[in-house]
Design a protein around this ligand. Structure first.
Ligand code: C2E
Ligand code: MG
Ligand code: MG
Ligand code: MG
Length: 284
């Protein structure tokens, strides 16, 4: 009994968080079963031409009583409880099926999917990815898997092995939120990554912050020297976009271009961007 006591004691002020966690856990489990979750897609564009290259899939959950619940909150609950595995399976199936549908309608864009660090405990993940590719007839090179640096903290060898497996299966690999976690340049070197995403924290004060300019510029050089494409996330202004373009960034993502959208709205957005392109291009 004595041994279990610490589990039952909470820091004062923690009771509420504990109760909320359990409430959300139950709700999230039911939401997964009853299809209350959805994916929205945020454009990633060529920073020089504005051409739509791909989208990042972001999970959304609207609870009937509580309304929208932030991904940061429910992903955390999912990670703590093991629900992250069925949740990630759902996200993979939904995102890859959508990508396949876009390709069938002639919209040749990539879809980026976020994988949490906990996904590396999932022994069914590789099978699920293969099975989904087979069922949707999607090509793995259409799909980018976004991983954060924290993925490599707990068990670097295992994580590197799995990432190599994804790479060998043909998926593109992206390092998300670069620079915010425990970065080791050795991981970058051994990772077979294709892309590096500069975190919003380094982007939001551009072009005014000389420190952020220095960090972003160095990161872009490093990435390019390693053969990686660079995506900047969280671009909110024309001035930030211009600065990133000047610094040699490849791909842009952020509210300045578009908020994440449901797939049917993305179709309209993509059509209007494509029209814009045919006006801009000399052949038109
Ligand atoms: P992330 O992967 O770094 O995703 C980028 C976040 O920045 C998204 O927040 C996006 O809506 C937001 N964002 C994009 N452009 C801007 C901008 O210009 N300004 C600002 N202020 N924000 C911008 P969201 O959708 O709330 O997701 C937050 C985090 O939750 C994600 O960060 C990711 O770590 C996690 N997440 C979301 N969906 C999934 C998922 O399907 N699976 C997993 N494992 N994690 C997810
Ligand atoms: Mg991401
Ligand atoms: Mg990110
Ligand atoms: Mg981020």
């Amino acid at each position: 009994r004595e041994k279990h006591l610490p589990l039952l004691r909470y820091e004062s002020g923690q009771e509420e968080a504990f109760i909320r966690h359990h409430l959300l856990y139950g709700k999230l489990m039911r939401a997964l079963e009853s299809n209350q979750l959805s994916l929205v897609y945020q454009p990633q564009v060529d920073i020089s031409s504005g051409k739509l290259l791909g989208v990042e899939a972001l999970a959304r959950w609207r609870d009937p009583q509580e309304g929208w619940i932030a991904p940061a909150e429910f992903i955390h609950v999912a990670e703590q409880s093991g629900l992250i595995h069925p949740l990630t399976h759902w996200i993979i199936r939904q995102g890859i099926a959508q990508c396949s549908e876009w390709h069938q309608t002639g919209l040749d864009i990539s879809v980026s999917l976020n994988l949490s660090a906990r996904c590396f405990d999932d022994t069914e993940l590789v099978n699920h990815l293969l099975e989904t590719l087979r069922q949707t007839r999607a090509k793995p090179e259409w799909i980018t898997l976004e991983l954060t640096e924290s993925t490599f903290m707990d068990n670097p060898e295992k994580a590197l092995r799995l990432v190599k497996q994804f790479h060998d299966m043909g998926f593109r690999i992206s390092i998300d939120d670069f620079g915010t976690g425990y970065s080791s340049l050795a991981y970058l070197k051994n990772l077979n990554a294709d892309e590096l995403k500069i975190d919003r924290g380094f982007v939001m004060n551009l072009p005014d912050s000389p420190d952020d300019i220095a960090i972003v510029q160095s990161t872009i050089h490093l990435a390019h020297n390693l053969g990686l494409k660079v995506v900047a996330e969280g671009i909110e202004t024309a001035a930030a976009s211009l600065k990133l373009r000047e610094l040699g960034c490849d791909i842009a993502q952020g509210y300045y271009y578009s908020r994440p959208m449901p797939p049917e709205v993305l179709d309209l957005w993509a059509a209007s961007v494509a029209r814009q392109h045919s006006f801009d291009s000399p052949e038109a």
